[in-house]
Design a protein around this ligand. Structure first.
Ligand code: NAD
Length: 281
C-alpha cells in the first residue's frame, strides 16, 4: 500500500484549523515566526510553504528574511524580541545557518515553550525521557503516518538509516518509546544490507537516491522514505528505489507526497500545541 502523506497532512491541517478557530473565539491567535538567513533557494521555498500552511490553518505568521552577513548577536537579539512578543507563539530558524553562526548556541536562546522546531537542548532532552510536549516535526510526522495506518511498532524490528539530530536520532527514540527494537545505522555501519533484511520497519533518512534497494528488504516490510534528493531533471526522489522496492512492501511512503507534507503539517500542530501551553490550555 502506498501511503498518501498529502491526505494525512491535509487531515491534520484541518484539525489544526478547527482548533485555531476555537482559540480565536477566546481571543487567542496562534502566531509563528520563521527566520531565514541568506539566499538559499530551497530554504526560501520551505519558508514560503510554511507561510502558505499558516494561511491555510488560520495561524498568524511573520517571516524574517535576513542577509547572509547577519551577525550571531543580531540573530540572538531578534530571537529575544520574538521570545517576548505575545503575538508570536512559535519561533523557527530555518536551517542551514551560515557558517559564522553557531547553531548550537542559537538553539539555547529560543524559548523552550516557543521552540516549535525542537531546537533547544532542553526540549531535545525531553524526547529522551519521554515527556516532550513538542516533538521534532519530521519524526512526529512519521509517527502520525504509522498511527494513521494503524501500523504497530510494538516488538517490531525497526531499522533507522541515518543519525541526524533532526531525523535519525529522534525517530529512533520515538520508535523505542513505542516498544520497537531499534537499530540505528549510519555511514560507518557494516553489514547494512543484512541488518535491513531483518527489519519489519525501515526508516531511511540518508539523502542518496536509490540507496535502499530490493535486495535489502524482506517481504511485507514497512518502508518510510524521508530522503529528498533532487535529480538532474529537477524532479525530486527519495532514498528508496521505489519502483523495485514497493512491490515487496506492506506499506511504503512515496517521494514526493509521503513524509514531506507531514513535516509542515506537524509544524502547524506544534504551533498550536505551543500556543495552548503558553495559555495554560
Ligand atoms: P544528514 O543529511 O544530516 O545526514 C545523512 C545521514 O545519512 C548521516 O547520519 C549518515 O550517517 C547517513 N549515511 C550517509 N551515508 C550512509 C551510508 N552509506 N550508509 C548508511 N548511512 C549513511 O541527515 P538528515 O538531515 O536527516 O537528512 C537526510 C535526508 O532526509 C535528506 O535527503 C534530507 O533532505 C531529508 N529530509 C527530509 C525531510 C522531510 O520533511 N521529508 C526532513 C528532513 C530531512
Amino acid at each position: 500500500m502506498i501511503i498518501n502523506g498529502k491526505n494525512i497532512a491535509a487531515k491534520i491541517k484541518t484539525q489544526v484549523k478547527n482548533e485555531v478557530e476555537e482559540l480565536k473565539k477566546q481571543g487567542i491567535t496562534p502566531g509563528l515566526a520563521v527566520i531565514l538567513i541568506g539566499e538559499d533557494p530551497a530554504s526560501k521555498i520551505y519558508v514560503n510553504n510554511k507561510k502558505k500552511a499558516c494561511e491555510e490553518t488560520g495561524i498568524y505568521s511573520e517571516e524574517y528574511f535576513l542577509p547572509k552577513s547577519t551577525s550571531q548577536k543580531d540573530l540572538i537579539n531578534l530571537i529575544k524580541k520574538l521570545n517576548s512578543n505575545n503575538s508570536i507563539n512559535g519561533i523557527l530558524t530555518q536551517l542551514p545557518l551560515p557558517n559564522h553562526i553557531d547553531e548550537h548556541e542559537i538553539a539555547n536562546y529560543i524559548d523552550p515553550q516557543k521552540d516549535v522546531d525542537v531546537f533547544n537542548p532542553s526540549n531535545i532532552g525531553k524526547i529522551m525521557t519521554g515527556d516532550a510536549k513538542l516533538l521534532p516535526c519530521t519524526p512526529a510526522g512519521i509517527i502520525e503516518i504509522l498511527d494513521h495506518e494503524k501500523i504497530s511498532v510494538d516488538g517490531k524490528n525497526c531499522v533507522v538509516i541515518g543519525r541526524s539530530n533532526i531525523v535519525g536520532k529522534p525517530i529512533a527514540l520515538l520508535l523505542l518509546q513505542k516498544n520497537g527494537t531499534v537499530t540505528i545505522c549510519h555511514s560507518k555501519t557494516k553489514n547494512l544490507k543484512e541488518i535491513c533484511q531483518m527489519a519489519d520497519i525501515i526508516i531511511s533518512a540518508v539523502g542518496k537516491p536509490c540507496f535502499v534497494t530490493k535486495d535489502m528488504i524482506k517481504k511485507e516490510t514497512v518502508v518510510i522514505d524521508v530522503g529528498i534528493n533532487r535529480k538532474s531533471d529537477g524532479t525530486i526522489c527519495g532514498d528508496v528505489d521505489f519502483e523495485n522496492v514497493a512491490p515487496l512492501t506492506s506499506y511504503i511512503t512515496p517521494v514526493p507526497g509521503g513524509v514531506g507534507p507531514m513535516t509542515i503539517a506537524m509544524l502547524m500542530k506544534n504551533t498550536l500545541i505551543a500556543t495552548k501551553l503558553q495559555n495554560n490550555i
